[in-house]
Design a protein around this ligand. Structure first.
Ligand code: ZN
Ligand code: ZN
Length: 353
């Protein structure tokens, strides 16, 4: 292995990332060094780079962001069980690096670990780099027997995982005759529409976005109805659902206006599940929330087994990938395009191309 590699690092908040040479990490203990094939660009990276999370997630800069990673096993530490991986294996990196022993980890939700360390969002450097040090082989999923490319696998570890968990948790209420709405057809929402069709095949799927282009995109992904986010959204949704409203709303934006629009769409007993982190607070009308027994809940990322399921669906060819790839050198361009809402699907950085 060469001694240095290119990484895109955050040196100062609100400044472009700097692509520079750093030392290649070593694989220690049960750790594995992965050669990065693809690293998806997430809205969370924008919040991080903007410095919005510097108090919530204090980082020692410079830091390499990137928490949506897939690539090939490059080097293994001496405690990785023999025969589990071979050099060159294609792997997805599960990003919720938990301690493995707290209550959440033992329950299987390592992304909820009390002392979680997420790549690019903790002291561990992330995937906008030619190589990434993954602290344990436990966080890798081997992707065998498919034609999936790393740049297609990478977004599945977050954009393609988060809406899966959010919808899967409410699958039991989505019986025939119910409706599910996905708000915001960006990186997460484009997968959300597909999972709504898969996990709730007998429910009506409604896409809501402010962009006509993204609504057409949602239709191509299988949404039965695509509705513009406006003052008339509620009226149109009520017509589609014969005045009943929507049983599950997945808000992939999380802005104050999308949250209040989402609450207004709910059927009696309906659930709003929040995954987007655009805004800062939730505002819902107290009276209708109580008398209609709305459930308003957050959903964080996904766990290891959910990622396995998502990868399985992708291997079976059931997940459509809409990605735009960028070289590591062009990462700041990709960041600006995402900031301006000009990415359809997911932007993926390919540091070794
Ligand atoms: Zn993310
Ligand atoms: Zn833990």
């Amino acid at each position: 292995m060469t001694q240095t590699m290119l990484s895109a690092r955050l040196h100062e908040y609100q400044k472009p990332l700097i692509v520079e040479n750093v030392k290649v990490p070593n694989a220690l203990g049960e750790g594995v060094v992965v050669k990065v094939g693809g690293a998806g660009l997430c809205h969370s990276d924008l919040h991080l780079i903007n410095g919005e999370w510097k108090n919530a997630i204090p980082l020692a800069l410079p830091k390499t962001p990137g928490h949506e990673v897939a690539g090939w096993v490059e080097e293994m530490g001496n405690l990785v069980p023999k025969g589990m991986f071979e050099r060159g294996d294609l792997v997805a990196v599960f990003g919720g690096w938990g301690c493995g022993s707290c209550l959440a980890c033992k329950r299987g939700d390592e992304q909820m670990c009390l002392i979680a360390k997420w790549p690019g969002l903790s002291q561990h450097d992330g995937g906008y780099s030619q190589y990434i040090a993954v602290p344990s082989y436990r966080f890798l999923i081997k992707v065998e027997g498919s034609r999936l490319r790393p740049e297609e696998i990478a977004p599945l570890t977050d954009a393609g995982l988060t809406p899966y968990r959010a919808i899967r948790r409410f699958r039991h209420v989505l019986v025939p005759g119910t409706a599910i709405a996905v708000i915001g057809i960006g990186g997460l929402g484009s997968y959300g529409i597909q999972y709504a069709k898969m996990l709730a095949p007998n429910s009506t799927t409604i896409a809501v976005d402010r962009s006509d282009k993204k609504l057409r995109f949602a239709k191509n992904l299988g949404a039965e109805h695509a509705i513009k986010l406006s003052e008339n959204t509620r009226k149109e949704v009520m017509e589609i659902t014969q005045g009943r409203g929507v049983d599950v709303v997945v808000d992939c934006v999380g802005a104050e206006n999308t949250i209040s629009a989402s609450v207004a769409l709910l059927a009696k007993g309906g659930a709003l599940t929040l995954v987007g982190l655009f805004g800062t607070k939730i505002c819902a009308p107290l009276m209708s929330t109580v008398i209609n027994e709305y459930q308003i809940t957050g959903s964080l990322w996904g766990n290891y087994n959910e990622l396995r399921e998502v990868i399985e669906l992708a291997k079976q060819g059931k997940v459509k990938h809409t990605i735009q790839t960028f070289k590591l050198e062009d990462i700041n361009n990709a960041i600006n395009l995402l900031r301006n809402g000009q990415i359809t699907g997911r932007a993926v950085i390919t540091p070794n191309q």
